[in-house]
Design a protein around this ligand. Structure first.
Ligand code: NAD
Ligand code: ZN
Length: 346
C-alpha cells in the first residue's frame, strides 16, 4: 500500500524515541498488513526507550517500537491462508523459525532462533503494521480492541497461573505490575480461593484489590510472612506467581511456600540472584517453573475464553489512554510505576 504513516521510532542509540512520518511498510508473501486500532506499552518498550543494556544488545536503529496490538487486516500476502481482509486480529509477538527442535516438537513459543516483534523487526506503535502469518490471531469481534491488544501480556499471566495447581488453593503473587495485576483476575477465574498480593507501590496495590485480591501487602512496611501464615492457618501458600523479578521478593516467597508447593517465575531479575536451593527448594520438595511467552496458541484460546465470558475484566488494569503523539507521557508514567497498562492509539 502506498502512502505515509505516523510511527514511534527508536532513531538513536540513546534514551528516547521520536514520532515520525514514514512509508507504510511493505509486506511479504507470508505476512499481512494491519491497520492498527489499539496498542499497549510493555516494560520491554520502556527498556528500549531508556536504552538499557539489554536494548543496546538487541535493537538495531532505526526501528518502530511496540508489540502489543489489535487491528484490522488490510492487505494479505499471497501465501497466507485463512485470513481475510477486514478480520479483527492481534499478534503473538514471538516469531518462531519453524524448523528447530522446539518448533518441531510443539514448543514454538520457546523457539531456539526466536525473533520478537518490535525488538528484532519493526513493531506496532504506528498506524499500520506488518505481522507474520504464523503470529496472526483472529480475535472474537465482541472483545474490545483495547482488551484484544492486552491478550499478549494477559497470556503471560495465564501461563504463569496455569503452571500451578491453584484451584481451591491459597496463592501469593509477588509484584503487581500489569502482569501481576492481570494474574489476580486469572487466578480467581482458575479457582484460587485466596489470593495474597505483595507489592510496594500503593497505586498498584489499590488496583490489585479492584482485580479481586483478597489481601494486599506492602512488603516493605508490613511483615508479609506473618500475614501469609495468619491467612493460611500457619500452612503457607501452595503456589507463588513471582512477577516482580526482585531478589528479595523471590527469597521471601520461597520461604512462604508450603513444602510440596510450587512457584512459577515470570519476573526477570536484572542480574544473577542468590537463593538457598538446599533449604528453600530441595528439602521442601518445591517445583520451580520458568515461564516465557505464551503457548502458541493454547494460551490465546484461554485468553479469548476468559475475556469473552467476562471471567476476566481488564478494565481496572487500563489506567491511561494516550494518542501516539503523547507517547512520552506514557513512558514517563511507566518510569514512575504509578500506572497499570497504558494504551496508545493511532
Ligand atoms: P513491572 O516492572 O511493571 O512490575 C513489577 C512489580 O514488582 C512492580 O510493580 C514493583 O513495584 C514490584 N516489586 C518490586 N519489588 C518488590 C518486592 N520486593 N515485592 C513485591 N513486589 C515488588 O513488570 P510487569 O510488566 O508487570 O512484568 C512483570 C515481570 O515479568 C517483569 O520482571 C518483566 O520483566 C517480566 N516479564 C517476563 C516475561 C517472560 O516471558 N518471562 C514476559 C513479560 C514480562
Ligand atoms: Zn524454532
Amino acid at each position: 500500500m502506498e502512502g505515509k504513516m505516523k510511527a514511534i521510532l527508536k532513531t538513536k542509540e540513546e534514551k528516547g524515541a521520536e514520532l515520525q512520518e514514514v512509508d507504510i511498510p511493505d509486506y511479504g508473501p507470508e505476512q499481512i498488513l494491519i491497520k492498527v486500532e489499539s496498542t499497549s506499552i510493555c516494560g520491554t518498550d520502556l527498556h528500549i526507550y531508556e536504552w538499557n543494556k539489554w536494548a543496546q544488545e538487541n535493537i538495531n536503529v532505526p526501528q518502530i517500537m511496540g508489540h502489543e496490538v489489535a487491528g484490522e487486516v488490510i492487505e494479505i500476502g499471497d501465501r497466507v491462508e485463512n485470513i481475510e481482509k477486514g478480520d479483527f486480529v492481534s499478534a503473538e509477538t514471538h516469531i518462531p523459525c519453524g524448523h528447530c527442535y522446539q518448533c518441531k516438537t510443539g514448543k514454538m513459543h520457546i523457539c531456539n532462533n526466536m525473533r520478537i516483534l518490535g525488538v528484532h523487526k519493526d513493531g506496532v506503535f504506528a498506524e499500520y503494521a506488518v505481522i507474520d502469518a504464523v503470529d496472526v490471531w483472529k480475535n472474537d469481534p465482541s472483545i474490545p480492541a483495547e482488551f484484544a491488544s492486552l491478550q499478549e501480556p494477559m497470556g503471560n499471566a495465564i501461563d504463569t497461573i496455569a503452571a500451578g495447581d491453584v484451584a481451591g488453593k491459597n496463592i501469593l503473587i509477588t509484584g503487581a505490575g500489569p502482569a501481576g495485576l492481570i494474574s489476580v483476575s486469572v487466578a480467581k477465574a482458575f479457582g484460587a480461593t485466596q489470593i495474597i498480593v505483595s507489592e510496594p507501590n500503593d497505586y498498584r496495590r489499590d488496583i490489585a484489590k479492584e482485580m479481586g485480591a483478597d489481601i494486599v501487602v506492602n512488603p516493605i512496611e508490613e511483615d508479609l510472612g506473618s500475614i501469609v501464615y495468619e491467612a493460611t492457618e500457619g500452612i503457607g501458600v501452595d503456589f507463588v506467581a513471582e512477577m516482580s523479578g526482585n531478589e528479595t521478593a523471590l527469597n521471601q516467597a520461597l520461604k512462604l511456600i508450603t513444602a510440596g508447593g510450587s512457584m512459577a517465575l515470570l519476573g526477570l531479575p536484572d542480574d544473577k540472584v542468590n537463593i538457598d536451593l538446599t533449604n528453600d527448594v530441595i528439602f521442601k520438595g518445591i517445583d520451580l517453573i520458568g515461564v516465557t511467552g505464551r503457548k502458541m496458541f493454547d494460551t490465546w484460546y484461554t485468553a479469548k475464553r476468559l475475556l469473552k465470558s467476562g471471567r476476566v475484566d481488564l478494565e481496572p488494569v487500563i489506567t491511561h489512554r494516550f494518542s501516539l503523539e503523547e507517547f512520552e507521557k506514557g513512558m514517563e508514567l511507566m518510569e514512575s510505576g504509578n500506572c497499570g497498562k497504558i494504551i496508545l492509539k493511532p
